[in-house]
Design a protein around this ligand. Structure first.
Ligand code: FE2
Length: 298
């Protein structure tokens, strides 16, 4: 059975996982975090240093970094692990659709190819990745974003932002090309796995201030998940999810995160003065004129 170690980033409520085979010590990392302070626009590596130290202390061979999707709440540290451990970075094949949308939003220009080539490999639904002795099955779970995937390794699945803890719910579906109906179908697909399947979630928001929890099972999710249990109808879920999403604020690191993560975790190229810049659109969702005064929507 594959071993799992979780790392929790309290700034973004993100879970990063190291999964390894105890015999061969082949390992993968799922969803590593690059620390980022938006006010100072500064990055640092405390979170990924902790993961790196664990890999070294346990003499693991890191084969792949697996992204469940292009995250909108934290910058990915996948390229740092790639450099440190000579690992490959992979993501779901439909990342090209997400790149296509955000290439326009961030005005990334002709130099940015929306073909997934920034990643070492793209994984289609059902595709199996051999990570040394670890067998990683890709399960497409669109809804939060079109490119979201769940990774299945032995008796464990890593759901990213599709399915959260069984006392919390599911991921939001209001990002570009997100879909509550698609997320319902995705979670129902996961609910078709054996009840004892271990479920490791991509975030834990610690509802009511409880301690961090990140592991449940398919059986418990089907019985308890307050947003989508086995008996929930598609109509009920879609109505709930869309109403809830309409009340949610933009994630604090939305624009920096997505801009870096559609480039597989690479910063924009340095300009002539040697500095790197993010392109942050102003009033993207709520049009305004050149003085910042809101204009009527057309
Ligand atoms: Fe996400």
């Amino acid at each position: 059975m594959a071993h799992v170690r979780a790392f929790f980033d309290p700034r973004t409520y993100t879970l990063t996982y190291v999964v390894w085979d105890p015999d061969t010590r082949d390992a993968v990392v799922i969803d590593p975090v690059l620390d980022y302070d938006p006010a100072a626009s500064r990055t640092w590596t405390e979170s990924v240093d902790e993961v790196s130290a664990f890999i070294r202390a346990n003499a693991l061979s890191l084969r792949y970094v697996l992204e469940t999707h292009a995250h909108a709440d934290h910058l990915s540290a996948s390229q740092i692990l790639r450099r440190r451990f000579d690992a490959k970075v992979v993501i779901g094949a439909r990342i090209t659709e997400v790149q296509d949308v955000f290439k326009g939003v961030f005005d990334l220009g002709a130099g940015f190819a929306a073909d997934g080539s920034q990643f070492d490999r793209l994984l289609a639904d059902g595709e199996v990745l051999e990570a040394g002795a670890l067998r990683v099955e890709t399960i497409a779970t669109p809804g939060h974003t079109p490119a979201c995937v769940t990774y299945r390794i032995g008796d464990a699945i890593f759901t990213g932002d599709a399915l959260f803890m069984d006392d919390y719910g599911t991921g939001r579906c209001d990002f570009p090309r997100g879909s509550a109906a698609a997320l319902f179908d995705s979670v129902k697909k996961l609910y078709g796995l054996p009840d004892e399947t271990r479920v490791f979630v991509g975030h834990d928001y610690q509802p009511d201030g409880r301690e961090v929890r990140f592991e449940t099972t398919i059986g418990k999710s089907k019985t308890n998940n307050p947003q989508l249990r086995a008996s929930t109808t598609k109509e009920e879920f879609v109505r709930f999810r869309e109403e809830r999403d309409a009340t949610l604020a933009a994630p604090r690191l939305l624009l920096p995160s997505v801009q870096v993560n559609v480039a597989a975790g690479r910063m924009p190229a340095a300009r002539e003065n040697g500095h790197r810049y993010l392109n942050i659109p102003i009033n993207l969702m709520h049009p305004a004129d050149e003085l910042g005064e809101p204009t009527p929507k057309k």
